[in-house]
Design a protein around this ligand. Structure first.
Ligand code: FRU
Length: 487
């Protein structure tokens, strides 16, 4: 089904291109789609995810342009089609009616003189507009410059770059990227990630009436020297009456259980005035997700709900799927809410529509083992006054992951073995259960109401096996989940 959809999308795209309605780089777009089609058959399916967005072939990093246009959700992503390592950045593109079933669309942006780095998408009247960072290589140190570019579409499939690019030229810092744009009143606002001269991460705010002429307003956040040398992928939004600065700082020193990934993604809660353009932090930086593989998030608002998606991977770590012809994925989409001083994160409601047959409903006794399909959802509840330990592993070997509740420490632990542990305190506010999403090479664990979430990649061989290593019986519900992305 997904395959037929892809062919139809490709035929429509080729028809539009050949009818002459898009611009001069059309032939390179056609060649690229043909190349992608031709390479798909070479992909080894063993770790291919069933309901997470992945690149059709090649490399993916950050989610970009998370938006709603013409009755559909759109997601773009940093994409290098020609190898499963990072290379000159394109924007890949998928769309969805419901945030869980995703359809592959033709590549939206191809690099020319500029690589197409991260950015966002908005609908301006009827025009679907992408705002992205163009990174150019230059002669002088540090050999690159970053400025902001626009691209337009009136069908949500074919994009053409604005002739007046760049619309926001590079600043005094070469690192000046990842524009996130939103509208407030009759103006557009934009935050950008950057750094000070003495290498402290910061986020700057601009505004515009037409997306083309931008005026500098303020620095809305800046590292005090302990919060990293560069703040990537900033996002700024109102959530349940507060303002949230969400960003991905590089260069945080590990501190106990915290900041163990190469780079982090987290948020500062505070207040903000559209008169003074000042953001006043009220709660210190906190990580949004505690797993091994979560970075460079992007949010969007639709019908009063705030959704987030992240890159389900990490810089400078092994990507075992890269030998299979692809690398990188996006997390499932989550809904954000504020709960006291924290953001809680829950899978979007529509995730339940992926449930197929129920695999087990009842008790899971100590040492009981059950087999689970590659794509499964588990809901598990135990007695938190005692320890809990679950082992998830491949039916034919490969990656393993232990999930633990350590009653004494009050911590949830995700352990990939050999000391590769992430852990954090969990204080349930209501529900005591764990909701676990397993896919062919991933696990996402949502504790309680989403007070604590872990997203980690794990590479089992075969299907999954679950073993209850706790000394207590657990309550379990497990479902097989349907495929919701192209194979
Ligand atoms: C974050 C990031 C962004 C940049 C993009 C390049 O992961 O480094 O700052 O725009 O990736 O692919």
């Amino acid at each position: 089904m997904a395959c037929i959809q892809n062919v139809i999308v490709l035929i429509c795209f080729l028809a539009t291109v050949y009818s002459g309605s898009v611009k001069q780089d059309d032939s390179s777009k056609v060649e690229l789609e043909q190349y992608i089609e031709s390479k798909k058959s070479e992909i080894n399916p063993r770790y291919r995810l069933h309901y997470h967005v992945t690149p059709p072939v090649g490399w993916m990093n950050d989610p970009n342009g998370f938006s709603y246009y013409n009755g559909e959700f759109h997601l773009f992503y940093q994409f290098y089609p020609y190898d499963s390592i990072w290379g000159p950045m394109h924007w890949g593109h998928v769309s969805s009616p419901d945030l869980v079933h995703w359809k592959q669309l033709p590549t939206a942006l191809i690099p020319e003189a500029e690589m197409c780095f991260s950015g966002s998408a908005v609908v301006d009247d009827d025009t679907f507009t992408l705002i992205y960072t163009g990174r150019e290589v230059i002669d002088e140190e540090p050999h690159y410059k970053e400025s902001q570019y626009l691209a337009f579409s009136d069908d949500g499939i074919n994009f053409h770059k604005y002739k007046g690019n760049p619309v926001l030229p590079s600043s005094d810092s070469a690192d000046f990227r990842d524009p996130k744009v939103w509208k407030h009143g009759d103006k557009w606002y934009l935050v950008l990630g950057s750094k000070t001269h003495d290498e402290r991460g910061k986020v700057v705010l601009y505004s515009s009436k037409d997306l083309k002429n931008w005026e500098y307003l303020s620095v809305i956040g800046e590292s005090n020297g302990e919060m990293g040398y560069m703040w990537e992928c900033p996002d700024f939004f109102e959530l349940d009456g507060k303002f949230v600065l969400l960003m991905s700082p590089q260069g945080l020193e590990p501190k106990g259980d915290r900041y163990k990934n190469t780079y982090q993604t987290g948020y500062i809660i505070g207040s903000f005035s559209y008169e003074t353009y000042e953001f006043i932090p009220e709660v210190e930086f906190q990580e949004l997700d505690f797993g091994h593989d979560f970075y460079a998030t992007q949010t969007m608002e639709h019908n009063g709900k705030r959704y987030v998606v992240g890159w389900f991977s990490m810089w400078e770590v092994p990507h075992p799927e890269d030998v299979d012809g692809w690398a990188g994925a996006l997390t499932i989409v989550r809904e954000l809410k504020l709960s006291g001083n924290r953001i809680i994160m829950k899978p979007v409601n529509e995730m339940v529509t992926l449930r197929q047959n129920s695999i087990i409903h009842g008790s899971l006794l100590p040492d009981q083992i059950i087999n689970l399909p590659k794509a499964s959802e588990l809901i598990i509840e135990g007695d938190l006054t005692e320890d809990i330990e679950l082992l998830l592993e491949g039916s034919m070997g490969g990656g393993k992951v232990w999930l633990r509740w350590n009653r004494e420490a009050g911590k949830v632990i995700v352990d990939r073995g050999s000391g590769d542990i992430r852990q954090v305190e969990w204080v349930p506010t209501k529900s005591h259960s764990w909701r676990i999403f397993l896919d062919a090479s991933s696990i996402e664990l949502f504790c309680g109401e989403g007070e604590v979430v872990f997203s980690s990649r794990v590479y089992p061989h075969g299907d999954w096996i679950l073993n209850n290593l706790s000394s207590q019986s657990l309550l379990i519900d497990a479902y097989h989940l349907e495929r919701a992305v192209p194979a």
